[in-house]
Design a protein around this ligand. Sequence first.
Ligand SMILES: *[C@@H]1O[C@H](CO)[C@@H](O)[C@H](O)[C@H]1NC(C)=O
Ligand SMILES: *[C@@H]1O[C@H](CO)[C@@H](O)[C@H](O)[C@H]1NC(C)=O
Ligand SMILES: [Cu+2]
Length: 668
Amino acid sequence: MASTTIKFALFSTLTIFSLQTVVSVTPLPFQHPLDPLNKEEYLIVQKIVLHKYPKVAFHYIGLDDPEKDVILKWESFKPNVITVPRKAFVIAIINSKSHEILIDLRLKNIVYDTIYTGNGFPTLSVDEQSVAIELPFKYSPFIASVKKRGLNISEVVCSTFSVGWFGEEKSNRTARLDCFMKESTVNIYVRPISGIAIVVDLELMKIVEYHDRNIETVPTSDNTEYQLSKQSPPFGPKQHSLASHQPQGPGFQINGYSVSWANWKFHIGFDVRAGVIISLASTYDLEKHKFRRVLYKGYISELFVPYQDPSDEFYYKTFFDAGEFGFGLSTVSLIPNRDCPPNAQFIDTYIHSADGTPIPLKNVVCVFEQYNSIMWRHTETGIPNQFIEESRTEVNLIVRSVVTVGNYDNVIDWEFKASGSIKPAIALSGILEVKGTNIKHKDETKEDLHGTLVSENTIGIYHDHFYIYYLDLDIDGTHNSFEKTSLKTVRISDGSSKRKSYWTTETQIAKTESDAKISIGLAPGELAIVNPNKKTAIGNEVGYRLIPAIPAHPLLVEDDYPQIRGAFTNYNVWVTPYNRIEKWAGGLFVDQSHGDDTLAIWTKKNRDIVNKDIVLWHVVGIHHVPAQEDFPIMPLLSTAFELRPTNFFDRNPVLKTLSPRDVVACPK
Ligand SMILES: *[C@@H]1O[C@H](CO)[C@@H](O)[C@H](O)[C@H]1NC(C)=O
Ligand SMILES: *[C@@H]1O[C@H](CO)[C@@H](O)[C@H](O)[C@H]1NC(C)=O
Ligand SMILES: [Cu+2]
């Protein structure tokens, strides 16, 4: 989480980029009904809304995805794309009121325009944050605070932070500002000016609350630089180059936003709130000679990052990065040959500014093949006079994007395997959120620092990262069930065996949403989405298993305000019946939300989920106790889970897959 300084810089670069390359950028016409809005479509939205209202702040503009049956019909019969509705959903602030507006992009009219009167506010816009961060420099109490600390105001930069919700009945749309020193280092986040609270009313665009509680040392800039140009020898440890040359060319094709590779085809969407969206992932079954559906739609629905310092200047830091700052708005351009290997291909898209203007975003996604590991192998030594060894190399396809919300960088990968697995992975890097302290050595205090002393005068505050994935699996069709299989020990007491025990399985079909709320713990078990209407030739239900990430459970008490808002972390797994409007696990209006529109609330209806179109939600969490190695910038910390076919194929689907080397050696 979360600031504007970096995003502001990003936008400036983009503006320059668009001016320089305006001639060569040909907007990609949409070819697929799930393609993100293109430049022309953003302009239509802007024109229509500005025609009705003179002053509008656009906080969200995105594709209003057509109904699933329409998409599936389109995919099966491949009619002209024009037959599918094309609409944009808009959240805008007009006269300080949140509007939800639906626009028909073909008819070029407003389908509905309603005022939202519930709790919570839209995603903060980058533009308003850019204005807010300049306010302290014209605010005399702040100038005095800086002077009092002996700091140079010309070397101060500020960032915006969402304020959270702490039980207030009513609140105005506000943000907090934290300020940092940029002098002698670009690593601003590790040089906070601690002890000051600044609250900005985003509608009035002025500072409405200010206090300077105490002065803590601003950590020095020594050893905080991460730019290569600022480092001095010795360099190391040494890394040798790896060949990622593909003499036969890439094994995948990208057509617009549609990708095909090996036995997979899928679509990559992009949304200013969700970031990358994987849709319509189907795998080709060599024996059945057809594509079979696996994942209708998958994306990260929310990221909850609660910090664990209850003091006046930190308690409010309980961020919802997707809903408050926008994963898509915070997606950065990937760096070729660094973020992605030389064999990667890149996809560009558009996002929008607060006045509705489309902004090109280059290299927002990269797609590449990666030699990973062994696909399968065996050495057979058990047959006299024969020596058998067989091994197949695994090549995977990775779809990567990077979401940088202020200080943190989230590397978001979707990995596809020829064996039928999909492996979503998250990796964190970037800068810790730290607090200044007068303490230089751990022995100086016995107090709870609410974090780790990661450098002199610098506390890396404890926090969590809880990602919740929306996974609308459609295993071989839309109607699926959720099965929980427990592995249980059976004691043998009748003397029927020399053994005293064994384990076996017991499978239960989750009937309703309550049956499907799962806290993954010590009890061994298997979780699977199955299609009860489709069986293998020998009678097993076809399915996909969830091999979960290392489980992380919330540690805040259930009635604490941030936890009410982030109640979707109460379980690691949830299953809901498909509902087109249940997209955001923390709610549609998350900024300052009261937690009344979360997954935890929707599932109270306890709806039926047997043999229905269902959605699996998986929480991937990291409890982060910072360490000195995370300073001044942290090496990648990663976690992943796997959606793995289970009795989906009749046998190993990669039995006859050739390793790349075999393909080269094989004479045509
Ligand atoms: C304050 O910082 C500015 C900008 O870096 C610099 O030009 C100026 O000399 C500094 N003033 C003092 C008193 O150090
Ligand atoms: C909201 O702002 C108005 C002024 O615009 C102020 O009168 C009111 O007290 C504020 N409400 C809260 C809860 O801060
Ligand atoms: Cu962290």
